[in-house]
Each structure stands twice: as structure tokens, then as C-alpha cells.
Design a protein around this ligand. Structure first.
Ligand SMILES: [Zn+2]
Length: 126
């Protein structure tokens, strides 16, 4: 029998606190950020859904993962950095045709490249 992966419940709290902490650090007070947890099969430990115009975001952690505290904190930072970059991303998206999947993927890859650089720099600055 395959043991199912399950996130320790206390790590959901760690995630939510990390989201709030990073939102403060990056000055995202204009954003209404909801944090939720759910079990899904997205393949990502966490995700963010944005409504740019309302400055509202829902950051969700997938409880189907068996992650440790550091991974949970890193994924909170990753999703917050998507919010940090969201104004820029919105403009990029608006300039691309709806069906331009290739450029949309490149924009997403570029965004993740920036996120990874910032995370790496913050890691070294500890
Ligand atoms: Zn991402």
C-alpha cells in the first residue's frame, strides 16, 4: 500500500504566517490576501490566484504534499514574489495575444527566473 503524502497541519499555520510576514516585508499592504489550504493534484506545493483590479489574492497550499518547514516558507515567499511582480506581469499579459501560448510561457519562465534570483539573494543574505 502506498502511503499518502500529507502535510503536517501545523505547517499550514507556518505557511500562513510566512505569507503575512513576506507580504509585510515587501510592502504589499494594498493587497487583500487570503490564505487557504486544499488538497489538489496541481503538482505544485502552493499557488496564487489574483484579481488585479480588486488587488485581491488567494494563496493556497496543497496539503497533499509532504514538505518540511523550510520548503513551506520558501513556497510562501515564491507566491508573494508573484504578487510583487504582478503589476509588471499584468502589463506583459495585456500586450500578448490571448492565444500566444509561446510568449505567455516565456513571460512565465522569465517571471520565475526573477523569483528564483530574488530567493537566492535572500537566502545568501540570511
Ligand atoms: Zn510560480
Amino acid at each position: 500500500m502506498v502511503k499518502e503524502h500529507e502535510l503536517e497541519p501545523k505547517l499550514v499555520t507556518v505557511f500562513e504566517r510566512a505569507v503575512r510576514e513576506y507580504a509585510r516585508l515587501f510592502g504589499l499592504s494594498e493587497w487583500d490576501i487570503a490564505v487557504s489550504s486544499k488538497k489538489d493534484d496541481s503538482g505544485d506545493i502552493a499557488s496564487v490566484a489574483l484579481i488585479y483590479t480588486a488587488r485581491a489574492a488567494n494563496i493556497a497550499i496543497d496539503t497533499g504534499f509532504d514538505a518540511d518547514e523550510e520548503e513551506v516558507r520558501k513556497s510562501a515567499l515564491h507566491e508573494i514574489l508573484h504578487l510583487v511582480l504582478s503589476d509588471y506581469r499584468e502589463i506583459v499579459d495585456s500586450l500578448l495575444a490571448e492565444d500566444d501560448a509561446v510568449r505567455r510561457r516565456r513571460a512565465e519562465a522569465a517571471e520565475h527566473s526573477i523569483i528564483n534570483r530574488v530567493m537566492s539573494a535572500m537566502e545568501q543574505g540570511k
